[in-house]
Design a protein around this ligand. Structure first.
Ligand code: FMN
Length: 127
């Protein structure tokens, strides 16, 4: 069963680009193995990640991500069944600097503003 999952979190401490690069590189490798696809955006010391794939693999990954001390206040915004992937060609596409880089297609799907976890970031995300 194909599902999509989206969460937001805050960096535990400000992270240099190399550390984020290493999360993305190993994430790409692992996601490829589990045929998980999606994207990670970071801005203003916050993360937002959108991942899609098999529900059991998503669940397993999210439990690992939830226990990762590099970030905190991890908030699951949504988990739902989908009929097709938005990120078929990306195991973990990285967006940086601006939440408004976050793809509109994902925002439309998940409507994260309804949850408003980090008002400033979400406001930017919806711009
Ligand atoms: C913001 C953030 C996003 C992450 N995204 C992924 C991801 O998409 N895929 C992944 O395998 N690991 C991701 N990780 C790393 C996992 O938390 C975990 O360290 C990784 O899955 C390795 O687990 P393992 O070596 O115990 O199997 C992410 C970590 C952080 C902090």
């Amino acid at each position: 069963m194909l599902h999509q999952l989206i969460y937001v979190s805050k960096m535990t401490t400000p992270m240099p680009d190399e550390d984020i690069k290493s999360i993305v590189e190993s994430g790409k490798y692992n996601n490829h193995k589990g045929y998980l696809t999606g994207c990670l955006i970071y801005s203003n010391e916050c993360f937002m990640e959108y991942i899609e794939g098999d529900i059991f693999k998503l669940n397993h990954l999210f439990s690992k991500i939830s226990g990762d001390h590099r970030h905190k206040e991890i908030l699951l915004l949504g988990l739902k069944e989908i009929s097709h992937r938005l990120y078929n060609n990306y195991t973990l596409k990285k967006y940086s600097d601006h939440f408004n880089d976050f793809p509109q297609s994902v925002l439309d799907e998940m409507k994260p503003s309804e949850y408003d976890p980090f008002p400033m970031s979400m406001e930017l995300a919806m711009e």
